[in-house]
Design a protein around this ligand. Sequence first.
Ligand code: C2O
Ligand code: CU
Length: 470
Amino acid sequence: MNRRQFLRLTGMSATGLLLPHTLLARNAGLDAAVLTLRPAPATVNLVGAYGDTDAWAYNGTVPGPEIRLAQGATLRASVENGLPQDTTVHWHGIRLPNAMDGVPHLTQPPIAPGESFDYQFALPDAGTYWYHPHTSGSEQLGRGLSGPLIVEEVEPVAADRELTWMLDDWRLEADAAIREDFGRFHDLSHGGRIGNTVTINGALPDGLDVRTGERIRIRLINAANARIVALNFTGTEAWVIATDGHPVKPFRPERNRVVLGPSMRADVLVDITGDPGSRLDLIDDYYPGRAYRLLELVHAAAPLRDRMPERSRTLPPNPLAVPDAATAETHTMTFTGGAMGGMHTAMLDGERLAVRELARRGRFWAINGVAAHGHQMPAMLTLVRGRSYRLRLRNETSWPHPIHLHGHVFRVERRNGEPLAHEEWRDSVLLEARDAIDILLVADNPGDWMFHCHIMEHEAAGMMGVIRVT
Ligand code: C2O
Ligand code: CU
């Protein structure tokens, strides 16, 4: 069974794109509410007529409930582990205190089955974020654990409506069951666990009803284990207004494509410019030769308006410390390993091992010559709190890697020596094979922070480190 067959047999309507429910509204009073998140096995329907899927889900839904709070509010969540194994919750992209970061053994003990852990932290920045486990990521995300976390601006940009699209990728059997081949060496050493079914908000997308003249804000979140997406908005007028949650000077993406590696987000303002009554395919064409239709925009016969109103697309900025490129100290982080990579040895648990021996132990990747084993490890780099740094990320592998830093937001400065065409603030940056990317940040959040590839299988196979801010 392939995606095309899925698409033919299911008739998800546009309403299928809406999230099951929103747990917290941004209204006053709810700031103090404690949200209960219960990750546990659940039966969900991802693929319509093909059958139900036994997944792992937060509060029984895939994705988990959309958490929505106002900027400056405090998020309080009690996580009750209903899974048959340890878990934690990481609040991806939020600049929070280290003890709330949800990294097992490094920032908290893992939450054992039947136990719970309370998270509580303020939300300094508005934007599009998400939450997911930080234990056995390949399996726990691969079985469906993740959910959107939206922090609303005090003054949002004007749009006719707003959608959250959580993109996920599943490896399913013909009967819609999740394929139980987690940890396959081929996935670990190549492009990760790329699936055969892409869902938006836990369902096969089909058509989205739109109206000519409409302006839609879409919050895109790539929650896949490994699949990189390039949403091609040709046929509309799309502007990127935030990257990884953070407002940027609005720009038209290159060739109308919004490229998101796993964990990356974009807020896109889409002006519907197609003819009334027409249909437009929205395709994902990241992998050459493997483009597919993600969904279809179905234009109503009657336009909403004739002309787009002149309204600002600019979001109010987040309170980020601006790094000083002139005084920033530079550190190089080199990524090696993988198939066709040319890595010869790496350190694992303090021992220098040849690549064959590393592979025997399920380790295929290294950062600065060290392959990680679990989350508890000495820091690979110590930064002084309040100073500016430039991290020179060098991908010496034949594979793309979305590299994520916890607890901080950075500005992407250069790609392969060239300054970026657009402003980008991020917590994850996609390095294509052999890319070198410079990022700039102020180390303003004390603690031990994970720095890793967000392809879950690469993370599991060693592409992970710790950066300490003191
Ligand atoms: Cu989205 Cu280390 O995580
Ligand atoms: Cu990677």
